[in-house]
Design a protein around this ligand. Structure first.
Ligand SMILES: CC(C)(COP(=O)(O)OP(=O)(O)OC[C@H]1O[C@@H](n2cnc3c(N)ncnc32)[C@H](O)[C@@H]1OP(=O)(O)O)[C@@H](O)C(=O)NCCC(=O)NCCS
Length: 289
């Protein structure tokens, strides 16, 4: 960290790189915030991204932030977490400044999905609202069986690179590694539409299954893919949906999902999305975009 950033940290807190040894501490911060990430999520993000931990005088991890550079023109800021006892001391702002500098140094526009508390930090740093999202959760969704003729079938292992090409057009960056990781983690949540224009993936989180991303041509296709994925799920499920997708949101509400928390997609110094929000019906999750 540059001296100017370190100077902004409160006394008694220092910064170091986040490493594989911090997975348990990361899970503890996720749990404290009521987030869903487990060991597999933290391991993937630490391996593929670059992260920082704030350490107190007792060597405890009291805050984290991660950057996940994408192949496109933007990079993702993720896992901005500060333990309750250290909030409102400027730690998140210092971690954000550092993360922004790290992404700018590799020519990427910083982006993120903000909680309301996070948005209060990011707005003054220059982040613009791009679109709203809402997390929906069901303890046990009451969904209909997959109807015949829905046009969905399970994703086959060898198809992931075709799917990544479709994802590139919708998401705005090549994320083959992430998509393959999701397929391996939760094959029963991985479905494609036979037209080749839609797919769904998901993962098993610490407290719930998370469905997403879902890319589709329209709401009907998105609902069919979600239907199919839910057929392999037992227990709590959540999904993060852009607020514009009214058809899908109405279907979720009818199926026992309730709005849990809002997010705002934000970009630094840009006012247009890098993705195609008309085709992205569910994001992977706020930590992954
Ligand atoms: C959101 C969070 C990261 C903020 O961390 P922090 O270290 O307390 O933030 P900072 O001290 O840098 O805050 C800077 C400014 O942002 C604003 N701000 C921060 N938290 C806020 C909150 N909960 N409500 C309203 N404004 C807030 C304030 O203007 C604050 O300045 P001030 O303390 O001088 O008034 C922390 O509350 C947290 O971990 N929350 C749970 C997880 C989460 O929501 N993370 C954000 C993910 S996008």
């Amino acid at each position: 960290m540059a001296a100017t950033d370190a100077d902004k940290l409160p006394n008694g807190v220092r910064l170091r790189d986040l490493g594989p040894g911090d997975i348990e501490a990361g899970i503890a911060l996720s749990r404290e915030a009521g987030w869903n990430q487990g060991a597999e999520d933290w391991r993937w993000m630490i391996h593929h991204g670059r992260g920082w931990a704030c350490i107190d005088s007792g060597e405890r991890v009291v805050a984290t932030a991660l950057t996940l550079p994408q192949s496109g023109s933007f990079g993702w800021i993720s896992m901005v977490l500060v333990t309750a006892a250290w909030r409102r001391h400027g730690i998140a702002s210092a971690l954000m400044t550092h993360s922004i500098e790290a992404l700018k140094a590799v020519g990427k526009t910083p982006g993120l999905d903000a909680t309301p508390a996070g948005r209060a930090v990011y707005g003054p740093l220059g982040f613009n609202d791009i679109y709203g999202l809402t997390r929906y959760r069901a303890e046990s969704p009451r969904f209909e069986p997959v109807p015949d003729g829905s046009g969905c079938r399970p994703l086959r292992g060898g198809e992931i690179s075709v799917l990544a090409s479709l994802d590139l057009l919708a998401f705005g960056a090549d994320r083959l590694d992430l998509l393959e990781d999701l397929r391996q983690r939760a094959p029963s949540l991985a479905w494609v539409h036979e037209t080749g224009k839609g797919y769904c993936l998901g993962r098993n989180g610490r407290g719930a299954h998370q469905i997403g991303p879902i890319v589709a041509e329209d709401g009907g296709m998105a609902i069919a893919l979600l239907h199919a994925a839910l057929s392999g799920v037992n227990g709590p499920v959540m999904i993060d949906v852009p607020d514009r997708h009214i058809d899908l949101i109405e279907w979720l509400t009818r199926s026992g999902f309730r709005a849990e928390r809002p997010y705002t997609r934000m970009l630094l110094g840009a006012d247009q999305p890098f993705d195609d929000p008309n085709r992205v019906f569910a994001i992977t999750g706020p930590e992954l975009g």
